[in-house]
Design a protein around this ligand. Sequence first.
Ligand code: 6GU
Length: 459
Amino acid sequence: MRFDIISVFPEFFDVARLSLLGKAQERNLIEIAAHNLRDWTEDVHRTVDDTPAGGGAGMVMRADIWGKAIDDILARNGGVSGGKAVLAIPTPAGTPLTQAQCAQLATDAQHIVIACGRYEGIDARVAEHYTQAGVEVFEYSLGDYVLNGGEVAALALIEAVARLVPGMVGNPESLLEESHSQAGLLEYPVYTRPLSWRELDIPEVLLSGNHRESARWRRDKSLERTAAIRPDMLRRLDTSTLDKKDKRKLASLGYLVSREENRLEPFAIRPAVEADIPALAELSARVFPDACPAYLSEEAIAAHIAENFNEERWAHYLSAPEYLCMVCERENGQLIAYTLCEIPAGDGVAGLNEGAPADVLVGGVERQGPLVLMSKFYIDRPWRSGGIAEALWEHTRLALSERTRDYLAPVVWLGTNEGNKRARNAYKKLGFELVGKREFFVGDESNADVVFARQIHMA
Ligand code: 6GU
């Protein structure tokens, strides 16, 4: 691969003799040559610019000088390499340079001519002419800020492309793991000796020798960093590369895998408001049958829904101070999950008539504070197992913890159908323990429930 740079400051590229680029040239993996644009001028002042047509500030580089220079360089080296030539023009008006474009150049192009403009840029007809002449013209930018000229951007392109040329980098695996490569995530933080430096320690998991745990920790850090710094990259992520733990982590960061397309989208968990009433009535009525045992009749289920999930009841839940309703909302406004809790006054018991385990010990510890009832915890079917349950529970727990902060050990309880293995396992994973049984009526049919409970303040 050969790079020819044309610039009014060719000495700028002396640094290409250093480091990896220098070594790569010695090993004949790449060639880099810098040329002075003024060598193609014919006047005594070696003029390369003129005033802008149409007026305005600054100077514009002349198309005729650039044309002669680029023709010469393309002719001089085109025949030799024989492969594809690309005319790269750094400009703040170009497309933002990406790793994917660099990888493409590293594999496809044999000859890259970089035309470094100064002043207000190069006469627009240069790019137009070479495009028409069948040369691939690549106008790129380093980002949303302005440099004095294209030289720094030319070096950036050379480094980014050259290191992807086969044989350049000693360990090809390091190319795979680093930021902006296939993974589509930012790189995790890295550490080396000393173990402790200025009271900052290397994270313990990395010293444990457990490679699986280290890999998981790094993956989580990549996801956290990307969510915090580059949410745009998360939205573009190919979700087929995500495993279950990735999805759970992403849900805790506020992203879920959209079912319509394999894309991540942000979601919000928040207390329900009055405007949610119709959506909550619809969602709650629709998901309730999913949790019912097969022996309940359709009539009994329908009666229960009509009585408990109508809009008036929801208006009551959202306005009465003893209830807490948290909802999970997609970017498009759709509600996909909710919890409903009843918080008794003082250190009382919610759901006494519904089988509340008033004297329960949780983890062997006595309750000190209210016994809250979580009467609903539903996730719409397409969104289960994507980490929403954990995220919704954690938001609900935090809100309950806030509401019961005057007490040392408040407890939350719930009942779920005895035969619903999925729900029982899910509650166990959320830190609930099985503490008893109750009878629960759906319509006028009896339903055998198991009762779970857990502390509120503990994460
Ligand atoms: Cl490629 N050129 C100039 N002049 N300024 C820039 C740039 C390029 N990328 C960001 N700013």
